[in-house]
Ligand binder design. Structure first.
Ligand code: SAM
Ligand code: SF4
Length: 326
């Protein structure tokens, strides 16, 4: 099989696909003013997605994460999941969601073929959650997780963006919550994007502050495989859950980068903070274009840079992470 490999020898078994840049939440670090609907019609169709993922699967991609915007807003969401799941070579279909109506819908997601769910919960305080997201829906999201466990999900990953003035003091609540539940709670360092510079300056907090608190209270770093993803994980013998830290500003963050992204408009993004996307959509129009598509992807991958330049304040073409899925 052809395998995708860049000039630095990095391989890419994992693709994140945004299926819409629309979102119904207004997270203060991402889309504080909500979003406009005009892009929605242009999102990749189910057939375009099938051709796209088929090409990547032939290049060694085994895992696809469906994200957005809020991916579950697409009315064809379940169809997209089952289409990707049936593509030869794809072993895992994961999704990232804000948990909107998850309690009612999770059963259909699992039936369609979702293997793993990341859900975003930035605060376990209902009012804090509402302040951050613009929605009084914390209980609904928590009920969705409960329902997932009832349906046999072995665990969840929960993402919380670390913010100085919103949740940095809530580590004890989060730890208490995962004491008896198989949840990996990942604190993500707030990233600067084109649209959130003032917010970033006020709220950014280095992940080291959480790391120190964990190490001081008996948490131990888990040694993970290089390709396991960007989170450093910590475990504690008294807890069923784990803690993850995602620290994009640490100097070695990009070393083992196995992440590739495709936007909802069919642009290949080689880095979350790259300058531009590389268009693939014109080659998603018929099954006969697969050889040309595969060649184009292999050529583009050679343009992947060794690292991002976030620490210099360079956010590339990324105005918000809702554009390309975080
Ligand atoms: N709407 C879904 C959700 O919120 O889970 C999926 C898309 S969202 C862009 C994916 C992840 O990116 C979420 O966990 C979100 O918290 C995170 N995110 C968005 N903007 C961010 C930023 N500026 N810094 C760090 N994480 C961010
Ligand atoms: Fe929407 Fe997710 Fe961005 Fe929040 S983080 S505004 S839920 S895309």
């Amino acid at each position: 099989m052809l395998r995708l490999q860049d000039n630095l020898g990095r391989t890419f078994p994992y693709l994140r696909l945004s299926i819409t840049d629309l979102c119904n939440f207004r997270c203060n670090y991402c889309l504080p003013d909500g979003c406009e609907e005009h892009h929605h019609k242009q999102s990749l169709t189910v057939d375009e997605i099938r051709r796209l993922i088929s090409a990547f699967a032939r290049l060694g991609v085994e895992k696809v994460r469906i994200t957005g915007g809020e991916p579950t807003l697409r009315h064809e969401f379940n169809d997209i999941v089952s289409t990707i799941k049936q593509i030869p070579g794809i072993q895992t279909v994961a999704m990232t969601t804000n948990g909107y109506r998850m309690d009612e819908r999770i059963e259909s997601w699992l039936k369609a073929g979702v293997d793993a769910i990341n859900v975003s919960i930035d605060s376990l305080d209902a009012r804090g959650f509402q302040t951050i997201t613009g929605h009084d829906r914390l209980q609904e999201v928590l009920n969705g997780i409960k329902r997932g466990f009832q349906l046999g999900m072995p665990g969840f990953k929960v993402n919380a963006v670390l913010m100085r003035g919103h949740n940095a003091d809530q580590l004890p609540d989060f730890l208490n919550w995962i004491k008896d539940q198989p949840i990996t709670l990942r604190f993500i360092e707030l990233m600067q994007t084109g649209d959130n510079q003032d917010f970033f300056n006020q709220q950014h907090l280095a992940g080291n502050t959480v790391r120190e608190q964990l190490l001081n209270s008996g948490w131990v770093r888990v040694v993970r495989h290089k390709s396991a993803g960007p989170a450093q994980e910590y475990y504690h013998p008294d807890y069923r859950g784990r803690i993850g830290l995602i620290t994009p500003y640490s100097p070695d963050f990009c070393d083992d980068c196995n992440r590739l992204r495709v936007s909802s408009l069919g642009k290949l993004q080689l880095c979350l903070f790259g300058d531009q996307g590389y268009d693939l959509r014109d080659l998603l129009q018929s099954d006969q274009q697969q050889p040309e598509l595969i060649n184009r992807i292999r050529n583009f991958i050679q343009l992947k840079q060794d690292k991002h330049f976030l620490e210099d304040g360079f956010t590339g073409g990324t105005a918000t992470l809702a554009q390309i899925g975080g």
